[in-house]
Design a protein around this ligand. Structure first.
Ligand SMILES: [Zn+2]
Length: 467
């Protein structure tokens, strides 16, 4: 049996790990898109590094695009097997993959306008809405907490990873004659004190573990509570300076957390009376999906649900559907909050909002999640004075805020907590994935201090034999 790491290897996006069983069957763990890696991004997404037609099964850990975004490409290139996912992941993918196809179409259209002028070759979107729809027909849902037989000798267990609705760690039980091998892929690991979601569950003793490491060298708790920080930015930008507060946010997860915090301010009677726009064509649908999956909710939100039947809705909240409505926000001069995808500000409508508002010091761009350093969000977060958006240069005159306390990813203590159920001596190898290389090196030290003796940080396309 071998495993090859085709994405999220020494970087945080493009999650794709291909397991080849002794019987020749190939199991792909996640089929994520690379995001925010500058000029390299497109080329990375066009070449899997393996033949899609040879993949037997696809198992998804969760619906975030960096874990699911290339599923339609896999199908377009000839994959025709089953796609296993939790029910929450399937519902979110139905919304996200189609949206991803639309974003690609729009970005390609925009980019090609520029390329036509410069005479550069035109680009094609990686897949279409039709490809995304076809991919959805291959999904099969698997419940949490019980081993499900995929085929004789291959069983799948999902345990709640507490990261987003539907998120799971993937445990495989592979039987070959008398030999049983347990392999667990963490997916993305949430936090043990999330506002909305249950905490990550334990998983059975594994021989091999693939673990994410996004925040493998940091601790979140040293930062101020997220709701207070958000409240301060709303007051400073919208009430004091009468400006626009632009929040790039993943449509799934982060957008609902922001809405949940704003709703909490309303319950506490501290929410300024303003217009709050969620400008991402799928955020309303995504919010509906979130509301339909209370199996992932923790006691905090369950208690709020007793007094407020919609903890994601408050006075002044509007969802923007059309491009024209979105553009109309640019002409408005009054204070407002705009929450818009994508989270790294690398695609989607938020890029236009940033381009339109970045030159005015009364506005704020508030970064609320992880951003790849080369992405627009990452450049702003790191204090860039000038940025390029759609090929044009902009001076950064708006304020840039960063809410470090919000993360859907565990810090290194959460990650160590996640593997604490394991007898480290029984684990033959841990593969650290989904992190930047320097962070992964720190995280390896943390793991080794807990007794995990054999810890690898695979490179992209690197393959390993599993005993
Ligand atoms: Zn994720």
């Amino acid at each position: 049996m071998t495993i090859a790491f085709h994405g999220a290897a020494r970087t945080v996006t493009g999650s794709k790990h291909l397991l080849t069983l002794d019987n020749g069957k190939k199991v792909l763990l996640d089929c994520g898109m690379f995001q925010g890696m500058g000029h390299e991004t497109d080329a990375l997404n066009r070449d899997f590094g393996f033949d899609a037609k040879e993949v037997t099964y696809l198992i998804l850990s969760h619906a975030h695009i960096d874990h699911s975004g290339l599923v339609p490409k896999l199908v377009k290139e000839g994959f025709n097997g089953k796609i296993f996912a939790t029910s929450g992941t399937k519902d979110l993918c139905a919304v996200l993959l189609e949206d991803s196809a639309n974003i690609q179409r729009d970005d390609a259209h925009y980019e090609n306008k520029r390329r036509k002028e410069t005479g550069e070759p035109l680009i094609e979107p990686i897949y279409s809405v039709e490809d995304a729809k076809k991919a959805m027909t291959l999904f099969e849902t698997v419940p949490y907490g019980q081993f499900t037989v995929i085929e004789p000798g291959l069983e799948l267990l999902y345990t709640d990873a507490g990261h987003i609705i539907g998120s799971a760690a993937v445990s495989l039980k592979i039987t070959n004659g008398d030999k049983i091998t347990h392999l667990t892929f963490s997916g993305d690991v949430g936090r043990y004190n999330d506002m909305i979601l249950t905490h990550p569950q334990t998983f059975p003793q594994a021989d091999y573990i693939l673990i994410e490491s996004t925040y493998g060298d940091s601790l979140h708790q040293s930062f101020a509570p997220a709701t207070d920080v958000l409240h301060d930015w709303v007051i400073k930008t919208c009430v004091e300076k009468k400006g626009k507060l632009i929040i790039p946010a993943f449509s799934v997860g982060r957008t609902q957390e922001i809405l949940f915090m704003l709703n909490q301010m309303e319950l506490e009677k501290s929410l300024p009376s303003l217009d709050y726009y969620v400008d991402s064509p799928l955020s309303e649908e995504a919010t509906i999906v979130v509301k339909h999956h209370p199996e992932n909710f923790n006691d905090n939100i369950k208690n709020i649900l007793k007094v407020d039947n919609d903890p994601f809705d408050f006075k002044g909240l509007h969802y923007i559907e059309t491009v024209d409505e979105s553009k109309a926000l640019n002409d408005r001069k009054d204070a407002m909050v705009i929450i818009s995808a994508s989270g790294m500000a690398d695609a989607g409508r938020v890029k236009h909002h940033i381009a339109n508002n970045i030159s005015d010091p009364k506005n704020t761009i508030l970064i609320v999640g992880y951003c790849e350093p080369r992405s627009l969000g990452g450049q702003l977060m790191n204090g860039a004075k000038k940025v390029h958006i759609f090929g044009e240069e902009y001076k950064v005159q708006a304020e840039v805020g960063v809410m470090r306390s919000m993360s859907a990813h565990g810090d290194y203590e959460d990650l160590l907590h996640f593997v604490a159920s394991q007898d480290a001596k029984q684990v033959k190898k841990v593969f650290i994935v989904h992190g930047e290389y320097p962070v992964q090196q720190h995280f390896r030290e943390h793991l080794m201090s807990k007794g995990f003796a054999n810890v690898e940080i695979p490179e992209r396309h690197q393959a390993f034999t599993l005993e």
